[in-house]
Design a protein around this ligand. Structure first.
Ligand code: FAD
Length: 336
């Protein structure tokens, strides 16, 4: 494990007989480590006075996602670059590590981090990027799968939450989430792939309908917003390029609850419900998905449902790093 030490500048001693002057006003900058480059972490990164703090950001993504634009990006209404900001726009004032924080030692103010970059298969450089503060002697060989250690004076924990799957088998493997720009890109690629596959002359109409069956699980704001964006995409761009296929396409929105947008006021729920029904989006409330396989899910109330694309958006699950922390106070109900 590499050890990245706190860079404490104590001034130069006069070992060589030369005189060294110290300023009595000199104060070493404290080190602030920010975990996460989402809404919380990135806002701190933007606003913090980098002249007063040595700032290090640790996040598996080297960018900030502007989440409200992801649904539009996933259907091409917006370019992907409209929804991200690179954290490196603040370098060289800020050191950034593309890594996960695995654990926090609050007593010794130490973090154990795991690179989130692909492992390298050669005996490369010993220091991670920006690693002038890396203790080289701690490691003879580096690789980007090797854990490293960081120390901090102040720590901001802004690691957000994970996608909730309620442990429904197959969701992680066969469904798409919509939480990151990479998800939006994968969804867009898959929608277009479904249309190109369905467009092959050798395919049957029955299989075309399966490929063009778009399912969304979760009638919260993300699922509803995505359903609306997908509808507009199907009926504008795709209807122009694939008129016959666009007519075969179906959008289905599933939720276990009796209504969509459960956390919002009833006026909004009713508006969204009637608008979706008018637009031909099927609302399958009080439906339960039991398991998901490649291109197929099993719904208690419907049996087997074949799909070309499944987007899963059923809320948030706790981040394992937060779960592992016992030293900090958490919200009683959500444990966040
Ligand atoms: C599609 C979509 C649309 C949305 N639209 C709206 C909206 O219109 N209005 C609104 O108010 N909210 C909206 N939200 C919700 C909003 O995005 C979240 O409330 C917000 O992202 C939470 O901010 P955060 O900083 O806590 O977490 P996040 O923004 O999720 O950021 C967490 C960061 O921590 C990183 N991370 C995770 N684990 C670790 C680790 N172990 N070590 C280091 N880094 C880690 C992640 O990679 C990420 O960079 C939307 C969400 C989505 C998904």
């Amino acid at each position: 494990m590499l050890s990245v030490h706190r860079a404490v500048v104590t001034g130069t001693r006069a070992h060589t007989g030369t005189r060294t002057l110290f300023s009595s006003a000199y104060q070493a900058k404290q080190r602030l480590v920010i975990l996460g480059s989402g809404w919380g972490g990135y806002e701190i990164l933007r606003a913090i006075d980098k002249k007063r703090w040595n700032v290090i950001i640790v996040s598996p993504s080297n960018y900030f996602n502007f989440t409200p634009l992801l649904a539009s990006c996933s259907v091409g209404t917006l370019e992907f670059r409209a929804a991200v900001e690179p954290v490196r726009r603040y370098t060289p004032d800020v050191v950034s590590y593309t890594a996960w924080c695995d654990s926090i030692d609050f007593k010794h103010k130490k973090l154990i981090c795991m690179p989130a970059t692909a492992p390298v298969n050669f005996h490369g450089t010993k220091n991670p990027p920006g690693g002038s503060d890396v203790n080289e002697s701690a490691s003879s060989v580096s690789g980007s799968s090797e854990k490293f250690q960081l120390t901090y004076d102040k720590l901001v924990i802004a690691v957000g939450a994970y996608n909730q799957t309620f442990n429904v088998p197959g969701v992680k493997e066969h469904a798409h989430f919509l939480k990151d720009i990479r998800d939006a890109r994968a969804i867009r690629t898959r929608i277009l792939e479904c249309f190109e596959q369905a467009n092959q002359p050798t395919i049957t109409d029955a299989d075309r309908r399966k490929l063009l069956n778009f399912c969304i699980v979760g009638g919260g704001p993300t699922g509803v917003e995505f359903a609306a964006e997908l509808h507009d995409f199907l009926h504008s761009d795709l209807a122009r390029h694939y008129p016959a296929l666009a007519r075969m396409a179906k959008i289905n929105l599933y939720d276990v609850a009796p209504v969509i947008l459960g956390g919002f006021d009833t006026g909004l729920q009713e508006y969204a419900t009637s608008k979706f029904k008018r637009e031909g989006i099927r609302l399958l409330t009080q439906h339960h998905v039991e398991r998901v396989e490649a291109g197929r899910m099993y719904v208690t109330e419907e049996g087997e449902v074949d799909f070309g694309l499944l987007v899963w958006s059923t809320g948030l699950a706790p981040n394992p790093l937060i779960q592992s922390i016992t030293e900090a106070k958490k919200d009683e109900r959500t444990k966040r």
